[in-house]
Design a protein around this ligand. Structure first.
Ligand code: UD1
Length: 419
């Protein structure tokens, strides 16, 4: 298993090109199931997760080809409307093939998902939405067996709480349903807007994506399209926090300012400068230490749970005490004990972490536990005295394209150690 070695202490300066958003790319790829025509996706990140999903789509009958950052997908026929455990367990987003398979094929059998170890992550909202669209669903031997003999039928779906995955899943199914579907209390993340825009480019009729009420007028057939994935706001936030913590000045090229407004606000409060520029977002940090700042994770446009671990890493060396509250997932503080091995002072109480900034972290041997947690250890390693070795970096490879190269190009002393 590969590790990452970092020698801390270097400031960062230069340009980091922001890749296409992993969380968006995965849902856009799934949209290929809805049409027999080619779907050409550009600005596609090359990640372990996009490769897993390519394998699953190939298994279903999709022809997948990558050339640089362009991926062409064509599902001329659904050859197998079944997603086996081995292909779904590695990544929860693969569960989203269920709705489109059902919409195009009238039946599907998909394993219940695995994914990051961040608490119980049920799919009850996904299944409820599909049932409201007229699917008959049975759970047998860890599989969801779903049928819609007469096709899916438009419906009103009022989500009891905000779920990104369930909103996307309902969208992906309802575009080919008969009649109108209304999604209420829908998620408003930029990835939802990206998926809706791609589906619209394929001919779908969708209004209101990005607000909490989405209207979909079902149509019989979707067409092919050419579509560019939105830049990754989580990768943007991660590098912004790396620069704010390590110090320096970096342009996050192609980053979209509006997608991280709460983070920019918190970074200003903490003493870093962030500005919206024509080419992206510029982060400048020339302060001695950041000032401790509180956050609470919330659905978009609130503070993203996927940036919580990175923010915590920044706060471990800030001046003062910061309170970090996680309200989206249970068990999403697995990075805290690892940060404490590097000298951080963190008290955990339920969904709250109180971080008391220390003057200096020390390099240590630490273990990545999930995707976002692992990158928080990279941020800590960049400011720690001495050497940090991060094990199990396959978690990082799921979601960060060329991480070591992007940081090394800005002056970080970081390398991958193959084993
Ligand atoms: C997506 C993102 C993930 C991000 C999360 C929240 C992808 C591939 N992943 O995950 O990186 O952290 O949004 O921004 O896009 N829940 C249920 N029942 C359901 C569905 C969700 O109880 O049927 C719960 C979850 O356990 C969680 C909360 O709802 O506590 C929000 O989850 P959700 O928004 O669905 O996250 P994902 O779509 O899985």
């Amino acid at each position: 298993m590969d590790s990452i070695r970092i020698k801390g202490g270097n400031r960062l300066s230069g340009v980091v090109p922001i890749s296409g958003a992993k969380n968006s790319a995965l849902k856009l790829m799934v949209a290929t199931i809805l049409t027999d025509e080619p779907l050409i996706l550009s600005r596609m990140p090359d990640l372990a997760d996009t490769r897993f999903l390519s394998n699953l789509l190939s298994h279903l009958g999709t022809d997948v080809e990558r050339s640089g950052s362009v991926v062409s997908l064509q599902t001329a026929n659904i050859e197998r409307a079944e997603a086996p455990y081995d292909l779904v367990r590695k990544m929860r987003a693969s569960f989203n093939v269920l709705g489109p398979l059902l919409a195009r094929n009238g039946k599907a059998r998909v394993s219940l998902p695995g994914g990051c170890a961040i608490g119980a992550r049920p799919v009850d909202l996904h299944l409820k939405a599909l049932e409201l669209l007229g699917a008959q669903i049975e759970l047998t031997d860890g599989y969801v067996e779903a049928r819609a003999d007469k096709g899916l039928i438009g419906s009103k779906i009022n989500f009891p709480f905000v779920s990104v995955g369930a909103t996307e899943h309902a969208l992906l199914a309802a575009v080919l349903a008969t009649g109108e579907t209304v999604l209420e209390n829908a998620a408003r993340e930029p990835e939802i807007v990206d998926l809706a825009n791609c589906l619209i480019a394929m001919g779908a009729r969708i209004e209101g994506a990005g607000t909490s009420t989405i209207h979909i007028e079902g149509i019989d057939r979707l067409l092919g399209a050419d579509y560019a994935v939105v830049p990754d706001r989580i990768e943007t936030g991660t590098y912004a926090l790396a620069v704010a913590t390590a110090g320096g000045e970096v342009l996050l090229k192609d980053a979209i300012w509006e997608h991280n407004e709460v983070l920019w606000d918190r970074l200003h409060m903490a003493g870093a400068q962030v500005t919206d520029q024509a080419e992206g977002v510029l982060v400048t940090a020339d302060q001695e230490r950041l000032i401790a700042t509180d956050i609470e994770t919330r659905p978009y446009p609130g503070f993203p749970t996927d940036e919580q671990a990175q923010f915590m890493a920044a706060m471990t060396v800030a001046e003062g005490r910061s309170v970090i509250r996680e309200t989206i997932f249970e068990n999403r503080f697995m990075h805290a004990p690892e940060l404490m091995r590097m000298g951080a002072r963190i008290d955990l109480k339920g969904n709250e972490a109180v971080v008391t900034g220390v003057g200096q972290l020390r390099g240590a041997q630490v273990m990545a536990t999930d995707l976002r947690a692992s990158v928080s250890l990279v941020i800590a390693g960049l400011v720690a005295a001495g050497e940090t070795m991060i094990g199990r970096v396959y978690h990082l490879d799921r979601g960060f394209e060329n991480l070591e190269a992007k940081l090394a190009a800005c002056g970080a002393d970081i390398e991958r150690v193959k084993s």
